[in-house]
Design a protein around this ligand. Sequence first.
Ligand SMILES: Cc1cc2nc3c(=O)[nH]c(=O)nc-3n(C[C@H](O)[C@H](O)[C@H](O)COP(=O)(O)OP(=O)(O)OC[C@H]3O[C@@H](n4cnc5c(N)ncnc54)[C@H](O)[C@@H]3O)c2cc1C
Length: 494
Amino acid sequence: MQAKIRVVVTGGGTAGWLTAYSLAKRLGNLLEITLVESDQIGTVGVGEATVPTIHRFHQFYGIDEREFMRATQATFKLGIVFDNWGAPGESYVHTFGEIGQSNWLVEFHQYWLEAQANGFGGNLEDYCLELKAARAGKFAPTVGETRLTYAFHLDATAYARYLRQKSESLGVRRVEGKISEIAVDPVTGNIQSLELEQDRRVAGDFFIDCTGFRSLLLGDALDVEFEDWSHWLAADRALAVQTTSTEPPPPYTRAIAHSSGWQWRIPLQSRTGNGLVYSSRFCSDDDARATLLGNITGQTITEPNFLRFKTGRRKNAWHKNCVAIGLSSGFVEPLESTSIHLIDTAVVRLMKLFPFSGAMEPLAERFNRETRIEWEAVRDFVILHYKQTQRDDSEFWNFYRTMDIPDTLVHRIELFKENGYVWSELANLFRAHSWIQVMFGQGLFPKHCHGASRILPPEALKLELEKISTFVNHNLAKLPDHNEFIKQYCAAQN
Ligand SMILES: Cc1cc2nc3c(=O)[nH]c(=O)nc-3n(C[C@H](O)[C@H](O)[C@H](O)COP(=O)(O)OP(=O)(O)OC[C@H]3O[C@@H](n4cnc5c(N)ncnc54)[C@H](O)[C@@H]3O)c2cc1C
């Protein structure tokens, strides 16, 4: 029998433990997995909102929803409520649900636009169950035959702890210690081993860098270039604080725009996570603190925690015998809660391309190509929220409103503006419905719509739309209150 490949995961945050657990669960017979982490350094400790793809990963790795929710104080998330983004005082919801019924030819909003032109059709929100359920504070995974599309809010530290327990039970070896040096083979350029303090050494065949923003292996030791995106996404700091809850947890994240940054509010069963994301170019740390602490509800239960980051990504997340996963591979600010998703997809991609034998370079090349496409789509979607605004009340918003944006996003906005066309890229996390909700939500309306919306005469179109909104309302009435549902389904023991 062939010897097992020695995989060394460095870092024990969400990225490290998710990677270790996934590899152990699916390829454990072929790999010997060691995870090195340092309690002294700790983890970033934030990252509490997710997107619906997390289900697929949990199912794939055999994670039970109720067990995981109890262990992480989790609540359900149907989307994000965006306050003050298009203009101060405005609010819209980006939910994970589908709006109306689309078909192979056109998305539903094209019919709705035609209805609007004929003076009927109501609000686009009337056609989305998840959206109406979010606003009403209601939730169940299914109602009748309909399955809701949802994600979770979770306690990041508890999630890493939960994954650690599961990983260790599958045989992952954990080594506690601070990495002081990384030995690189001068001939091949591959990493050979990690030197830990107190003269300890961990050798391996393949290394996974999950050391967070430090990027100790890929960035420091292998010197892989960082592609800076801060000219499009200027935020470089965040301030996070936890508070007691003052109301039952709503089934959505709140993203509140201020004059020089935006604030998140993430409801867990036991507490609320809050934070302000801002740019040091437009806001001092003192002002950030005053803004955040002036806009929270409940009592603070942690000290405000300042975090610094750089937006962008390592040009090649896989180089030589090392792959970076998590913050070590890059970061796009948390506005659409994409980081845990990007960890999950990176792990699956790595498993599909795992270098069991043969040349490693073509595998790495494929990994890097897919990763680039995926990250650029996420980047563009997040930029849209800033660029598509009417806000002119601060230097911060004037910068974003007038800045140049990537050509890929220019193309997308122009097509939508002219005739409402929207599409999902192959590797794009965000489907057409996401783009539509944010574009409309932030005041971008098309001049024209697709001719298919005129195939039905207006009276028939009206009837079709009424059928859909009646169906949505019918299901909405049957949904239980979100908090009541949590209590009976997955209440955590405090
Ligand atoms: C402000 C903010 C808000 C966020 N919100 C969200 C969100 O809502 N949703 C989402 O999906 N993501 C979010 N993220 C991203 C999310 O937090 C991360 O993707 C996730 O926590 C994974 O982090 P990580 O494991 O890569 O890094 P970390 O948590 O930083 O872990 C790094 C690990 O490396 C170890 N390490 C580092 N140096 C050494 C050394 N020398 N020796 C040994 N060990 C070492 C550390 O001990 C630690 O275990 C947010 C990030 C930020 C900054």
